[in-house]
Ligand binder design. Structure first.
Ligand code: SF4
Length: 399
């Protein structure tokens, strides 16, 4: 078949047939003249329609995304739907799961018309035979299946409140649940969830259940949750890591507190730890009720780096409002520049988000002031070998 697929207009700069993730592709014209392009990549199965709507399914044929030219719906493993619209900036919200039903209707229409559709492009030649079972599996993921899958997720995790941005795609295993401290003024992630530490036996059962839930997956790192898993006794942690390493050859990372006993980084052998530094200003840290200091953050980062563990440092943009704005920038730049960070490390700038009912009551900086603060911080950074510096928008996170 000589025809080239003509649906995937976003593949502007290269022939679709050359795109490695779409090495298996099939373009159909349905009896109602709708065109659809089915593609199988290493990590997903997609259907793209002539109006540029694209549906994405993961390797387990769970619906993961509906993308149009105007917006974007993403279904997380927990069943939450994050809706993102780009118009005068990026607007995100959690919406109902109606989009799962919509996606399912589209897939069912393709499935029903499959045998009578005209094949306009097929690569390889037997692509129709390859796609039929994929389509049948995707068609099973209706709203009832989605809700049942989300209910199963909640038996494993209850919730995954937050991850660092470079770990959004990690497989999460929870050695602990919640946060043992829960006192920081600005943090609502675990406010209503009691802290709980798992025993190694419970953790092993959790790992079995999580592996079964994920099935075949393209996720290529492990995050050991939740907020302060590394406060567990050393032997417990080592046993949990042994359980993980017996099953996976993947990098493992975790959050680490700068206000509790320092873990033995060298023995743990984690690939990266993430420190919520928030600010280099000790007065502001006290005001935020975060029981760390610039000195304890520096000691934690230095110990991790000395053990060969890379570090992600998280700074809270807008912390303390105008009252602390100047000292926040000045002290944060001073402390960051003194940290032994370099290539392979991360500095994240995370704008403060205050949810209704939060204990944080000070006046907030405007988006423009936040942006200016971020620029001032970025400008102040002077590293010989620069760590990766990025925004960390916690509202973009769903797991
Ligand atoms: S910022 Fe970290 S230590 Fe503070 S309450 Fe939140 S999770 Fe706990």
């Amino acid at each position: 078949m000589d025809n080239q697929p003509d649906i995937l207009r976003y593949q502007r700069d290269r022939s679709l047939a050359d795109a490695p993730v779409f090495s298996v592709g099939l373009q159909l014209r349905l009896p109602d003249n709708t065109k659809v392009y089915l593609a199988l990549g290493a990590t997903e199965f997609t259907l793209t329609f002539s109006d540029d709507t694209a549906l994405h399914y993961d390797l387990q044929r769970r619906f993961t995304k509906l993308v149009t030219l105007a917006d974007y719906h993403r279904r997380s493993l927990s069943g939450k739907i994050l809706h993102t619209v780009k118009a005068d900036g990026i607007h995100r919200s959690i919406v109902s799961d109606d989009v799962v039903e919509l996606a399912n209707k589209c897939v069912l229409a393709v499935q029903r018309a499959f045998d009578t559709a005209a094949v306009e492009f097929a690569r390889p030649g037997n692509a129709p035979d390859l796609f039929r079972p994929l389509l049948d599996l995707a068609a099973h993921f209706d709203i009832a299946a989605s809700r049942a899958d989300a209910a199963r997720f909640r038996t494993l995790y209850r919730d995954v409140a937050i991850l660092p941005p470079d770990q959004y795609n990690a497989i999460v295993f929870q050695a602990t649940e919640g946060c043992a401290y829960r006192g920081c003024l600005f943090c609502d992630f675990y406010r209503d969830r009691p802290f709980r530490a798992k025993t190694p036996e419970e953790f092993a059962a959790h790992v079995d259940a999580v592996v079964a839930f994920h099935g075949k997956t393209h996720r290529n790192s492990i995050f050991l949750g939740e907020a302060n898993a590394l406060t567990l006794p050393h032997e417990t942690l080592m046993e949990m890591l042994r359980i993980l390493r017996a099953r996976f050859d993947l990098p493992i990372s975790s959050f680490v507190d700068a206000f509790t006993k320092q873990p033995d980084f060298a023995a743990l052998g984690l690939s990266r730890v993430y420190v919520g530094m928030e600010t280099g200003d000790d007065d502001l840290l006290r005001w935020l009720r975060k029981p760390a200091t610039a000195e304890s953050v520096t000691a934690t980062v230095t110990a991790a780096k000395a053990a060969g563990t890379s570090v992600g440092v998280i700074v809270l943009l807008g912390a303390g409002g105008e009252r602390f704005a100047a000292s926040h920038v000045r002290e944060t730049v001073r402390v960051l520049n003194a940290l032994p960070l370099g290539r392979g490390d991360y500095i994240y700038f995370s704008p403060l988000v205050v949810k209704p009912g939060s204990a944080y009551e000070a006046p907030l900086l405007s988006p423009e002031q936040i942006w200016n603060q971020e620029q001032a911080l970025r400008t102040g950074l002077k590293f010989f070998s620069k760590p990766y510096v990025a925004r960390y928008d916690i509202e973009s996170f769903v797991y």
